[in-house]
Design a protein around this ligand. Sequence first.
Ligand code: ZN
Length: 298
Amino acid sequence: MKNPITVEDILQWIDEVAPFRFAESWDNCGLQVGDPRCEVSRVLVALDPSLETVREAVSKQCQALVTHHPLFSKAVSTLSLDRPPGAIVGEAIRGNVSIISAHTNLDAALYGTNDTLARALGLVIQGPLEADPRSVQDGRYLGLGLFGLLPKLNSALELAEHIARLVGIRSLRLVGNPEQTVQRVALCTGSGMSLLHRAIENDCQVFITGDVKYHDAQAALDQGIVVIDIGHFASEAFGVPSLADALRDAARGRGAALEVLTATVEKDPFVTVIFNEDRRECLAGAIEISGGTPDSGK
Ligand SMILES: [Zn+2]
């Protein structure tokens, strides 16, 4: 490839892997900030367009930051540079970093966030939980959320342990009977509980997702389906390397010299703190809380 790679090329390559028209109507995928004409030799791939990831992109001399989540998910009337999202825009423009989002278009795509997690679990995919009839003919389209069969029967607890190891978490939340036998599994990365009814309609025994709320958990309990909440961050951060691989493959296929890095500064904003009798234990985070019995108030 003789011509330099531009931000526009990156947008096109993403569109070839996970067409932007796969995105939900409410979503905002594609170029968030930047100049499509700018040359790109190095890309950083991350889950979120945050001050930290933009700064990481700048410090690593990347000219594009490709993130799963969009920078703008609702209408903005003011961009004040002293607070997000304006501060992120300011940092990106000063650092010559264009920000591109591949969100629900990637969720729904082959090799996207859901597909990546399902494959890693060894799930034999039987179908999507929800599909857009306008896209089902496209071989790159899978749909939102997936269901299928695990190679063997597991208890819900065994499956929970397996997935925790897979996505690198030390705790998760489980709704339902941990001893229940499961083989027919549904999953939706991110916040998937709006698809719980589809998991039930497809006779799934367990639904793996993130961001589970109390009343949704109650509804799952009432309907006898186990829910494993691995957290929004863990469920989607797992797909970031796949997005990076897709960009690397696209560049390699064109003989283009593009370096693709994955962000190292991101971490789950939630930290699990467990209070034992005689100590406080902090899981899944970098913070250490030392000593002392928590005040029981007695
Ligand atoms: Zn998400």
